[in-house]
Write a protein that binds this ligand. Sequence first.
Ligand code: SF4
Ligand code: SF4
Length: 103
Amino acid sequence: MAVHCPFLNEYKVFHLINANSVIYRCELGKVLLKQKDLNKKWACGGCIVPWILAGRPCRYLKPRKDFILRGSSQTWFTCELLDISLERPHEFCDAHCQHYIPV
Ligand code: SF4
Ligand code: SF4
């Protein structure tokens, strides 16, 4: 995850003898993540949410994330105007929709 995600927060910092250990929380998926999880594909490493949000998305577009089991997740978006779900909103919104209004 090279782009900052607004849903990623520090949840708790453990002060160890030689270093600090940080537990994070994905506020979108409501799950706790270890530092080493952040680069994993099922967590932040494979998540398109920060990329979509960084690209001036439509104001009606809302990200959704579900961590079904630890080690797996599902990411999708919903359009609050058209009441549809989108896996890759950049493909549909940019190419096919005339209702785009930037945030
Ligand atoms: S899993 Fe996705 S939405 Fe959640 S904090 Fe990581 S990058 Fe953000
Ligand atoms: S561009 Fe269209 S489809 Fe995409 S979120 Fe906006 S209103 Fe919905």
